[in-house]
Write a protein that binds this ligand. Structure first.
Ligand SMILES: Cc1ncc(COP(=O)(O)O)c(C=O)c1O
Ligand SMILES: N[C@@H](CCCC[NH3+])C(=O)O
Length: 414
């Protein structure tokens, strides 16, 4: 069983009891299921089996080396957005020839590193970036493979902070301006046009905007082909949502069928860049209750994880289900589950009915995506350790940070 489940009232991930794990490794603690990660990846492979495709895992969702390595072993490519993510992919034995490089602000040193590594392509997001890339590639005596990230102006119907494909968003080039840019690029000596890219947003529960965006992209690809600019791949980005609180997750197989119909008879390879849907439901965050603070208006459960560990609730008012690790016959109370950070926004969940005592453990579910990767050291809090469970085996994939480590690069004045 890949999802967290109870055995005799104790929450388990795969064959590991999470209370025992917390005793052994401390809290806050991120825990991932290998079986769940692999099942999510296989679901993608199966959904798109009818179309020649490459799955480029969006590294930003969870950039832990062990997870990257796991996906690399299964044949994944990677969607990166920085030189740091490229370094991680290479350290995790990812294949640079399967790497696409997205992002609106690529620096010269990042372009160089990616050209030296021999990545599959740069998803270029502006005219200035195109010219910079042409120059940098020229200096290295190389030709940069390029896709333009087009902004199709489609409403993805998700949280405004994670919509990326509307014309007011900073991402990509307006689709109407793309043909001119392709013509410019085709004439540049150190650019080779290879594809097109589009990513309209994240946590999409309705996939019809993805299909709408795809249709706009196909129309552009056909218009370019008519001009003699033939592309090798069509990258439709990521964005497939997951269930956080019982929502129905999109039908990936159905999405695969929709795309298979559109790709039938075409020569381009499909690229997708899923992040959340590969890792989100495969991970949870364990925390321990430090204090219960009961009041006339509100009860607070103050736990040892905080917004620095999982910032999605503070940033987007995102919902993560919170459950007791050991189910005990205590009366339920309504709690705001909060961390120790000195910010009113430091909450992990509000108005949750829980049976808790001080010292108890809670699990914040579906925290595998944009959890650890968005964590920080705010309030001088060392970041959590990470564990991968594989049946009954426990792998420490990242050590808990130490106070010494946090201060290691700092200097006092002479
Ligand atoms: C360019 C790009 N590709 C892929 C993703 C992954 O998105 P998701 O985690 O929603 O699948 C993102 C994040 O939204 C992104 O910005
Ligand atoms: N970080 C966001 C998703 C944005 C993805 C980045 N393009 C989240 O936690 O849901």
């Amino acid at each position: 069983m890949n999802a967290p489940h109870r055995i005799d009232g104790r929450l388990h991930l795969e064959g590991v009891a999470l209370d025992t794990l917390a005793e052994r490794c401390g809290t806050p603690l991120y825990v991932y299921s290998r079986a769940a990660l692999e099942a999510a990846y296989r679901a993608y492979e199966e959904a798109f089996a009818a179309t020649p495709h490459l799955i480029c895992y969006a590294v930003k969702a969870n950039s832990s080396l062990a997870l990257l390595n796991l996906f690399a072993r299964m044949g994944a490519g990677f969607d990166i957005v920085s030189g740091g993510e490229l370094a991680r992919v290479l350290s995790a034995q990812g294949d640079p020839r399967k790497v696409v490089f997205s992002g609106v602000g690529k620096r010269v040193d990042e372009m160089r590193a990616a050209l030296e590594a021999g990545i599959l392509c740069f998803n270029v997001e502006s005219t200035s970036e195109l010219h910079r890339l042409n120059r940098v590639a020229g200096e290295l005596g190389k030709v940069a493979p390029v896709s333009f990230r087009v902004n199709p102006d489609v409403d993805p119907k998700t949280h405004p902070y994670i919509s990326t494909g509307l014309k007011e968003n900073k991402f990509g080039v307006p689709i109407a301006e793309a043909p001119a840019l392709y013509r410019t690029a085709a004439a540049l000596p150190h650019i080779r046009v290879t594809g097109i890219d589009c990513h309209i947003g994240s946590q999409l529960l309705d996939l019809s905007p993805l299909a709408d965006a795809a249709d706009r992209v196909f129309a552009l690809v056909d218009a370019l082909a008519a001009e003699g600019i033939a592309l090798e791949h069509i990258d439709l980005g990521g964005g497939v949502g997951i269930s956080y609180r019982g929502e129905t997750a999109p039908d990936l197989a159905g999405y695969g069928r929709v795309l298979a119909e559109r790709f039938a008879g075409r020569r381009e390879t499909l690229i997708v860049e899923p992040g959340r849907s590969l890792v989100g439901n495969a991970g949870l965050l364990l925390a321990r209750v430090e204090y219960l603070k009961l009041g006339a208006d509100k009860n607070f459960a103050i736990v040892d994880a905080a917004m620095n560990d999982l910032m999605r609730p503070a940033l987007y008012e995102a919902y993560h289900e919170i459950v007791e690790v050991i189910a005990r016959p205590l009366p339920k109370r309504r709690y705001d589950v909060v961390g120790p950070i000195c910010e009113t926004g430091d909450f992990l969940g509000s108005a949750r009915e829980l049976s808790l005592d001080e010292g108890d453990l809670v699990a914040l579910l579906s925290s595998g995506a944009y959890g650890m990767s968005m964590s920080s050291n705010y309030n001088s809090r060392p970041r959590a350790a990470e564990i991968l469970v594989d049946k009954k085996e426990i792998h420490l994939i990242r050590e808990r940070e130490t106070q010494e480590g946090l201060m290691a690069g700092e200097r006092l004045l002479d």
